[in-house]
Design a protein around this ligand. Structure first.
Ligand code: WT7
Length: 673
């Protein structure tokens, strides 16, 4: 890697940003990057020195085996050390750092007249009280707590309370269905569930407690239910109710299990000694889609995740004390875990915690919030940018966006038009756009520019972060040098990489390490250009990315197949101008069943119920038969081409019955169902 010399259109870091940046130019990046690979021990030791360790490490900063042929896969960071995540992100600032009165979060509700300010001292106090509530319920180190909450302060309180007492949190995105919640509770075997009465998402009131109850009921039907207590935040009733809407909400109650959050918290003491954990003890589980359809419980460990989220936050957003940071993701996804909860708090940062959606009550909501809190670093997803682009520049012009210094994107490849608009219309041409590539599994950014150091090419996540060694392999596992395209893999771990799939280490090894021994396989395709820039080309497995949410075609197919009229289903991805990709589904019906509008609606509803609204198919096509190989395997490549109306089908010789394809083309759906 050298300082790039290229004919491509490049965007160079603004000088005023470079003046006080942590990494002020490309040569500094290169030097630090070299150090991080050549001497990882010294590199990570320096970072660890900023944190509190009850006991120092006895082992090296990083130890690992990445080669399945040589034994079990493992990664260990700072073995022997004792610490506590919550102590490091809160007590350290309040007790040692004098940041007690600094704002940790500006909470902004779904409705613009609802907001709260939470300082580090207040946050610590709420977290300790919540920790004592959990302890009182019998939650101990290593126990799992499922959290099904909207974007409200209690979500952060509960996560950090778990971290404080050594319980493992499993946050489930509050847009998931009762079925998905049930599956995640059963896999984690959680003893406590924390939820809320209800929440407005835009205009829509959602009865979360009812969904949570349905999930617990499903757990009981399938097996015995591990949950013994359900803590319910009175969010809707106490914070957001307005007139008639409140009366519509009935909160189902079971006195044996259910406890109101505010009642439990009232007498709970503010003192709670942190549980001193081993560096490698688990911090949390977060479920992510797997290509087999069953979600994987991605497991992260305390010390490595602390070091990595903290450092990536500091460098990639060039964090400074007076910044106001805003990540628009939901904490139900890894982006929120790493860059709303842990990374910013580890740095003593001030963040916006936003409950609402970009277009409620008007399409300028994001820009209004940026002006209101003087946001300096803004982090969102390409799908949100594309959505807001549709409304043009007018909504932006009503607000003062001069506080912005750095813009970030995450979740999927960003198309050049969206990048340009983000840079020009939102950033007014003066803010670098950091395109951050990473995964639930990686814990934090693994490919990303540093805003004052890296010349940008729109659409490229540029270069590896410190400690990360990417390479590109071909189908045979051979490494490709220079300009190349193939599988994106990593040759060695960094502190924040996942440690296992919860209760299924074998699945961890099979999913990420089996295909190319010696490498962690991301599942993404990637191109390296002549200047060494990395460009993510998208998933190369049976996964798709709808509005930045990864899902597997298998889980959608499994949901469709549950309909009594469906004999067989196949789901593929089709490009979508706002969502990036969307679901196009083919269904073969059982004999004598008729394909009509009602069935279409039923099928869409079924997928929503089984997985959640984000997985609602855009297209459902009747398929008298599916294209299959002679051995009976569905040829998804062909279905993808039909969905895209791409007639350039190439070799069809492996197809059992080529006529099937013509029929499917003739019945193709153009307009969304
Ligand atoms: C997958 C991971 C990491 C937080 C959000 C998603 C895609 C993510 C980018 C990017 C191109 C990206 C990849 C990856 N992805 N960021 N900047 N450019 N693609 O987390 O649900 O674990 O999904 O999202 O395909 O593998 P996730």
């Amino acid at each position: 890697m050298v300082v790039p010399e290229t004919q491509d259109k490049m965007y160079y870091p603004p000088e005023d940003l470079q003046r006080d940046a942590h990494v002020p130019d490309f040569n500094s990046y290169l030097a630090l990057y070299r150090k991080s690979l050549d001497n990882p021990e010294a590199f990570w030791k320096d970072i660890a020195d900023e944190f509190f360790w009850k006991k120092p490490a006895t082992g090296p900063m990083l130890q690992y085996n990445f080669d399945v042929t040589k034994g079990s896969i493992y990664v260990k960071c700072m073995e022997g050390a004792k610490t506590n995540m919550c102590y490091n992100v809160l007590d350290r600032h309040v007790r040692e750092g004098n940041l007690g009165d600094k704002v940790a979060y500006y909470w902004e509700g779904n409705s613009p007249d609802r907001h709260e300010t939470i300082t580090y001292r207040q946050l610590l106090s709420q977290v300790c009280r919540c920790a004592n509530v959990l302890k009182q319920m019998g939650v101990k180190k290593g126990d799992r707590v499922s959290i099904y909450l909207p974007m409200i302060p209690e979500l952060v309180y509960t996560m950090l309370a778990c971290a404080r007492i050594g319980a493992i949190h499993s946050v489930v995105f509050a847009g998931f269905s009762s079925e998905s919640l049930c599956e995640r509770i059963m896999d984690a075997q959680s003893s406590v569930l924390v939820t809320a009465d209800g929440v407005f998402r835009g205009e829509k009131l959602i009865n979360l407690k009812q969904i949570a109850d349905e999930a617990l009921q499903k757990c009981r039907e399938k097996d015995s239910c591990s949950v013994t207590k359900c803590v319910v935040v009175k969010h809707h009733v106490l914070r957001t109710r307005s007139g008639a809407a409140c009366n519509k909400l009935q909160t189902p109650w079971d006195a044996e299990y259910d406890v109101w959050w505010d009642e439990a918290m009232t007498d709970s003491p503010e003192e709670c000694e942190p549980e001193w954990l081993d560096a490698e003890d688990p911090l949390f589980i977060l479920y992510t889609s797997g290509s087999t359809g069953k979600p994987k419980g991605v497991l992260h460990a305390v010390a490595g995740y602390l070091l990595y989220t903290s450092l990536t936050f500091k460098y990639v957003f060039d964090h400074h004390h007076d910044d106001v940071f805003w990540c628009t993701a939901d904490i139900g996804w890894i982006t929120g875990h790493s860059y709303i909860t842990y990374g910013p708090l580890a740095n003593g940062a001030t963040s916006v915690l936003f409950e609402g959606i970009p277009v409620h009550p008007h399409v300028g909501r994001f820009w209004e919030i940026i002006e209101k809190y003087r946001v300096s670093k803004f982090y969102t997803a390409p799908t949100a940018i594309r959505l807001l682009m549709k409304y043009g520049r007018e909504p932006l012009q009503k607000y003062d966006l001069s506080s912005l210094r750095i813009l970030g994107t995450v979740g999927e490849p960003i198309n050049p038009e969206a990048w340009q608009w983000y840079h020009e219309a939102v950033g007014q041409g003066r803010c670098p756009v950091v395109d951050t590539f990473w995964q639930t599994e990686t814990g934090g950014h693994v490919l990303a520019p540093l805003p004052a150091a890296t010349p940008l090419k729109p659409g490229s996540a540029t270069f590896p972060f410190f400690g990360v060694e990417p390479t590109i392999l071909n189908e045979h596992g051979e490494e490709l040098e220079g300009e190349a395209e193939g599988y994106l893999v990593f040759r060695r771990p960094w502190p924040g990489i996942m440690r296992s799939v919860y209760r299924n280490h074998e699945r961890f090894e099979n999913t990420y390490f089996k295909k190319f021994p010696g490498f962690y396989v991301t599942g993404d395709g990637c191109r390296r250009d002549k200047d060494g820039y990395y460009w993510i080309t998208g998933r190369i497995d049976d996964m798709l990315n709808v509005s930045g949410h990864l899902m597997s075609t298998a889980e959608v197919e499994a949901a469709l197949a549950q309909h009594p009229s469906v004999a067989e289903a196949a789901a593929v991805s089709r490009p979508h101008t706002v969502k990036g990709e969307c679901l196009y589904c083919f269904v073969t019906l059982k004999d004598s069943r008729e394909f009509n509008r009602t069935l279409e609606e039923e099928l869409k509803r079924l997928v929503r119920e089984k997985i959640g609204p984000i997985a609602t198919p855009d297209f459902i096509q009747n398929a008298p038969a599916l294209p299959k190989t002679r051995s009976g395997k569905i040829m998804r490549r062909i279905l993808r081409q039909i969905a895209r109306n791409d007639h350039d089908l190439g070799d069809l010789s492996t197809l059992a019955d080529p006529k099937v394809v013509e029929v499917l083309f003739s019945q193709r759906r153009e307009a969304a169902a």
